[in-house]
Design a protein around this ligand. Structure first.
Ligand code: BTN
Length: 275
C-alpha cells in the first residue's frame, strides 16, 4: 500500500465557502485533507480508501507533481492554478451511472460557483467552446477488509496558468472563458455540494433524473460526427444519445453501435481562436 503523507490545514479561502455550504455538502465536508503538493490526489485517496477510510473524505491539493488523467495520460497541475480534488465514495450497491453522474455534478457545481455553462463530452469530460476545461478520473477498488470504494478525481483548469502548453489549443480555463478571476475555494465547495446532490439522487433510484441532466449538459455534443479506434482501424459515426446504462449510442453507416469504454473523438469540435 502507498505511503500517505501528512496533510496540512485547509486554507481560509477553501474552508470559508465550505462552511457556508455545510448543509448542502453534508458528509463530503466532514474530513477534507489539504496538501500543498502531492503526486496525485487520486493516488492518496485510493491509498486511504484501501486502509478503510470512510465515505465522504476529500483529498485536495494546491499542486500535483504527477497528476493522472484518463487512459494513462498526465494531468498538468501547477500550483494554485487549478482545482485538484478526489472524493472517496462507498456506494452500497453498484452504481453504473456514477461516472456520468460525477460529470453532471462537476458541471452543475462549476455553473453555480461561476455562472459558466460547460458541456459534457462522453463520458464525463468538461468542455467550453470546444476546448477542455476539466476532467474526471474514477478509480474503484476494495479495502483490505473487503469494503468496495470508488474514488472520484476531479480536475478543473481554473486559471490560464493551469493549461498544459503542449495542448494549449485544445484546452481552456474558467478564467479565460469568463475573462475575470474566480474563487477556487467556492468552486471546490460548490462541486462538492453538487457531488452530494447527484450521489443522493442515484442512491434513491433517480437514474432517469441523472440521465436527463447529463443529456441537457451534453446537448451541444450530441448529434455530431465522432470517431474512435477499434484495433488498427478508425471507426466513424454520429453520436446521438446515451442509453440507460450510460453507453454512448453512435449511428454508423453499418448500423447503430453502443460504446461502453475508451476514447471517442468529436471530429466536429473546432475550437474558437485562443481565449
Ligand atoms: C481526464 O480528463 O483525463 C481526467 C483528469 C482527472 C484529473 C484529476 S486532478 C485530481 C485527481 N488526481 C489526479 O491525479 N487526477 C484527478
Amino acid at each position: 500500500m502507498a505511503h500517505v503523507p501528512t496533510s496540512g490545514s485547509l486554507p481560509r479561502h477553501f474552508s470559508e465557502p465550505l462552511e457556508r455550504l455545510a448543509d448542502r455538502v453534508g458528509v463530503f465536508g466532514a474530513r477534507v485533507l489539504w496538501f500543498e503538493e502531492v503526486g496525485s490526489t487520486n493516488t492518496i485517496a485510493v491509498g486511504l480508501a484501501e486502509r478503510g477510510e470512510e465515505e465522504g473524505t476529500v483529498v485536495v491539493a494546491d499542486a500535483q507533481s504527477a497528476g493522472r488523467g484518463r487512459l494513462g495520460r498526465t494531468w498538468a497541475s501547477p500550483p494554485g492554478a487549478g482545482l485538484y480534488m478526489s472524493v472517496i465514495l462507498r456506494p452500497a450497491e453498484t452504481m453504473p451511472l456514477l461516472t456520468l453522474a460525477a460529470g453532471v455534478a462537476a458541471a452543475n457545481g462549476l455553473y453555480t460557483a461561476t455562472g459558466l455553462t460547460v458541456d459534457l463530452k462522453w463520458p464525463n469530460d468538461l468542455y467550453c467552446g470546444g476546448r477542455k476545461v476539466g476532467g474526471l478520473l474514477a478509480e474503484s477498488g476494495r479495502a483490505a477488509q473487503g469494503k468496495p470504494f470508488v474514488v472520484l478525481g476531479i480536475g478543473v483548469n481554473v486559471q490560464r496558468a493551469s493549461l498544459p502548453s503542449t495542448v494549449d489549443a485544445r484546452a481552456t480555463s474558467i478564467e479565460a472563458e469568463l475573462g475575470r478571476p474566480v474563487e477556487r475555494g467556492l468552486i471546490f465547495a460548490e462541486v462538492l455540494a453538487a457531488v452530494a446532490d447527484v450521489y443522493a439522487t442515484l442512491a434513491r433510484g433517480g437514474s432517469a433524473e441523472v440521465l436527463g441532466a447529463w443529456r441537457v449538459r451534453a446537448q451541444r455534443m450530441l448529434g455530431r460526427a465522432v470517431e474512435w479506434d477499434e484495433g488498427s482501424s478508425v471507426q466513424t459515426g454520429r453520436a446521438v444519445d446515451i442509453d440507460d446504462t450510460g453507453a454512448l449510442i453512435v449511428e454508423t453507416a453499418g448500423g447503430t453501435r453502443r460504446i461502453v469504454a475508451g476514447e471517442v473523438r468529436w471530429s466536429g469540435l473546432t475550437p474558437r481562436t485562443s481565449p
